[in-house]
Design a protein around this ligand. Structure first.
Ligand code: AMP
Ligand code: MN
Ligand code: MN
Ligand code: MN
Length: 291
């Protein structure tokens, strides 16, 4: 029987709502055999998640990260899988992004204040409970305080580019992000490629650059992709020699339309990304099954 892989998920260490340990418990109960925890610009949940996976003994945990990248005017997400979360170069790189996030978080608060929304920074901080501050936390604050009636409209009205609370990012370059991941022993994957709204030509340019810097994979199967997009992305992966990844991008059990492990299989023609790495030692346990 083939294993169920979910290689993209978030915990309270960034904008997810489950602790790293609870994320692993939920993944195991959903039948996931191999889970990657991939918080935004942060690896500090990996140790707790690995301990929980080891205690359960029925699921493997890959240490991962989702790095924010500025590519031209766009923000791209690059997932690193099977990284050493204690690697110095990765750690230092992420620290810079975390510092930028802190400044950006305050700036978003100032901009929302100018737009007439008071104490949004304090509200978002209360949402993230001292962990990494993201736009999702602002979205939750705007929703829960009744400024908007859904997370979607929080983004649409306030947080997307061109809206009052948007602050442009100065994230990692593509070369840096891939470099940090590879230095930390991991493989780099372009996350949810269909979500960037790029033309085919532009996406090809991005992917060629990504391959040049040492990128390995494309997230062909994602909960934000429909079946046409899965098909298109699998073709891009094949054409460019990229392996394919599969990840739910799970954030929150309240989002009922996204569940850990509940995703289509990789198209048969794809090379699975997990065939390109040996799972790092500290996080590898033999999967125990009693059947
Ligand atoms: P940040 O990295 O702080 O810019 O926050 C980006 C996060 O916001 C993404 O990882 C998503 O979890 C969330 N997000 C982005 N766009 C939307 C949207 N339209 N609706 C809900 N959540 C969104
Ligand atoms: Mn997120
Ligand atoms: Mn993302
Ligand atoms: Mn994500």
């Amino acid at each position: 029987m083939s294993l169920s892989y979910d290689l993209h998920s978030h915990s309270t260490v960034s904008d997810g709502t489950l602790s790293p340990a609870d994320l692993v418990v939920r993944a195991a109960s959903q039948g996931v055999d191999v889970l990657a925890i991939t918080d935004h610009d942060e690896v500090s949940g990996c140790a707790e998640a690995a301990r929980q996976a080891s205690d359960l003994g029925t699921i493997r945990l890959l240490a991962g990260v989702e790095i924010s990248v500025s590519w031209g005017k766009q923000t791209i997400h690059v997932v690193g899988l099977n990284v050493d979360p204690d690697h110095q170069q990765l750690f230092t790189g992420l620290q810079r992004l975390q510092q930028f996030r802190q400044w950006r978080g305050e700036e978003i608060g100032r901009k929302l204040e100018q737009a007439g929304i008071r104490d949004a920074y304090e509200g978002a901080l209360a949402q993230c409970k001292g962990e990494l501050l993201t736009r999702t936390h602002y979205g939750r604050f705007l929703h829960q305080s009744g400024v908007v009636d859904s997370m979607q409209s929080a983004f649409k009205k306030y947080l997307l580019r061109g809206k009052p609370g948007y602050v442009a990012g100065q994230w990692a370059s593509m070369e840096e992000a891939v470099g940090w991941i590879v230095a930390a022993g991991g493989v780099a994957v372009v996350a949810h490629p269909a979500r960037y709204g790029m033309t085919r030509t532009k996406l090809r340019t991005l992917l060629r650059e990504f391959v040049e810097y040492g990128g390995d994979g494309l997230e062909v199967v994602s909960s934000s992709h429909n079946s046409n997009e899965i098909h298109t992305m699998s073709q891009h992966a094949l054409d460019l020699g990229l392996a394919a990844s599969r990840g739910s991008d799970f954030h929150d059990p309240e989002y009922r339309w996204v569940e850990l492990g509940r995703l289509p299989e990789l198209p048969k023609k794809c090379e699975p990304i997990w065939e390109r790495f040996e799972i790092n030692q500290p996080y590898s346990q033999e999967i125990q099954r009693d059947y």
